[in-house]
Design a protein around this ligand. Structure first.
Ligand code: FAD
Length: 452
């Protein structure tokens, strides 16, 4: 049995490895010159820099299980779980993975703490039980309200400014008044009861390990995927040369706009979501300093009222890996807010770099005069933007997918974005193919083996 996987990100490689383990001959076609998709690294002046995804947690069960299958689960390192909130320019540290410790912070009044705790209890009581792997199962909560509408109804202005809005910006790179109310619960369920961890070697390592297990072709851009009588035909250009492959099945593991562009059939299936999905752009400034501030925080969640441009700062040197910076140095990723990107006049790397460094050094004045590295990463389609109604559309799309079809969709747009969701939905696409296409076409003796 042969399968083609389009896209060498974690969804595609997760699908490819699952198919390979089940005896399929798999070819991964990746348009870029290397695998990893939105979980990639670059090296600059002695710093190992994640250019997209950065954080993993103990709640990433599919990610961790895959690392176990590959024999690298001993390579996880624990990092700090502390994150900083900001109120009136002042930083307050909380344990970001224990939402109930919000009750201890000086950043919020007693009333705000009570209202936030009540909202967390509401989440626990939700039916069906919330899962970050399938947020659209709770699409009823996605009733047209934004996270801000919800916070103003059920909490108060301070809760919104200090916690809800910055959390939404951290998860989506957009503001609380632009995302679905369900995203608030998604963030709580993603963070609650987990610890931050990192796979030694960085976020691209898992993709490299997976790609080494299957036939992976880079610089191979797929243009067209269609169903044939025997399975599928995939047309692509490799290093500019047009080519074609046939197989029993295919997984389209790209971002949704790219998937519907290459397959008319999937454009029709995914219409409820594809016709409305928006992506936030990702604009990241990476800053290296020859000193580290004293804080244990791994992240600073920035409220819009504190800084309309900067949504989040990640302190990469506090993730637990000791070899990602020159000794004693600090590495920071400053994420810009989608809503403010067009306000940066020249749009040059230097202008973004200055805005990022000025704010970082305002929060941590001891960094001033010690910057020794600046790099910029830009993503046009960074993260699905969960506007109100987004999860309803995801749910509608899911209902139209034929699990027995030879072309399956995979990617992080099926639920809350993240590396774990990408792997989960990649493996799910592979499982559909193994179950339906594999069994239908398998020779009698392998069917007996499957049954056994
Ligand atoms: C700035 C940023 C920060 C993030 N932070 C985190 C984080 O801290 N933690 C976390 O868990 N997640 C984070 N994420 C999300 C995470 O990166 C994604 O959810 C995950 O990597 C998506 O994997 P994927 O395989 O679905 O898609 P992708 O990684 O986008 O993979 C799709 C692949 O398809 C390829 N492709 C596209 N078109 C074609 C074509 N025509 N032919 C062949 N190949 C094609 C692309 O080149 C790409 O390699 C972040 C993302 C961004 C952008």
């Amino acid at each position: 049995m042969k399968a083609i996987v389009v896209g060498g990100g974690l969804a595609g490689l997760g699908a490819a490895y699952r198919l390979h383990k089940n005896g399929w001959e798999v070819t991964v076609l990746e348009a870029d010159e290397e695998v990893g998709g939105r979980a990639k690294m670059i090296e600059r002046n002695g710093y190992s820099i994640p250019t997209g995804a950065t954080q993993v947690s103990t709640g990433y069960h599919d990610y961790i299980a895959l690392c176990k299958e590959l024999g690298v689960d001993d390579d996880f390192v624990a990092g700090s779980n502390m994150v900083s909130l900001i109120r009136d320019g002042k930083l307050y540290e909380i344990d970001g993975t224990k939402p109930l410790t919000v009750a201890l912070t000086g950043a919020l009044s007693l009333r705000s703490k009570y209202l936030i705790a009540r909202s967390m209890m509401e989440m626990r009581a939700m039916e069906p039980k919330l899962s970050p792997l399938d947020m659209s199962a709770n699409h009823a909560v996605d009733d047209g309200r934004t996270a801000k509408d919800f916070a103003m109804e059920r909490m108060n202005q301070q809760s919104y400014d200090v916690l809800v809005d910055p959390l939404m910006r951290a998860c989506t790179l957009n503001r609380g008044d632009a995302v679905s109310a369900l995203e608030w619960f998604s963030a709580l369920s993603t963070l609650g009861g987990v610890k931050f961890i990192t796979l030694r070697g960085g976020v691209q390592r898992l993709s490299h390990l997976l790609a080494a297990k299957v036939d992976t072709r880079v610089n191979a851009r797929v243009t067209d995927v269609k169903r044939t009588t025997g399975g599928v035909e995939v047309n692509f250009t490799q290093d500019g040369v047009p080519q074609s492959l046939t197989a029993d099945a295919c997984v389209l593991a790209t971002r949704l706009p790219e998937a519907v562009e290459m397959s008319e059939e999937m454009a029709e299936v995914a219409k409820p979501l594809a016709s409305r999905i928006e992506y936030n752009r990702g604009f990241l400034v990476h800053l290296g300093y020859s000193v580290k501030p004293k804080t244990r925080s791994v992240g600073v969640m920035v409220p819009t009222v504190e800084n309309p441009y900067i949504a989040l700062i990640w302190l990469e040197h506090n993730k637990g890996e000791d070899d990602i910076t020159p000794p004693g140095h600090g590495l920071f990723t400053v994420y810009f807010d989608e809503a403010a990107l067009d306000d940066v006049k020249s749009g040059s790397d230097e202008e973004y770099g200055k805005i990022a460094a000025d704010y970082l050094e305002k929060l941590y004045p001891e960094l001033k005069g010690h910057q020794d590295m600046m790099a910029v990463s830009r993503w046009n389609l960074a993260i699905p933007h969960p506007t109100p109604g987004h999860y309803r559309a995801v749910n509608e799309m899911k209902g139209r997918i034929d699990p027995a079809g030879p072309i399956q969709l995979a990617g992080d747009y099926f639920t809350t974005t993240g590396q774990n969701s990408a792997i989960h939905w990649g493996q799910r696409a592979a499982d559909n193919i193994i179950k339906h296409i594999g069994r239908r076409n398998a020779p009698a003796e392998s069917l007996a083996e499957l049954k056994a």
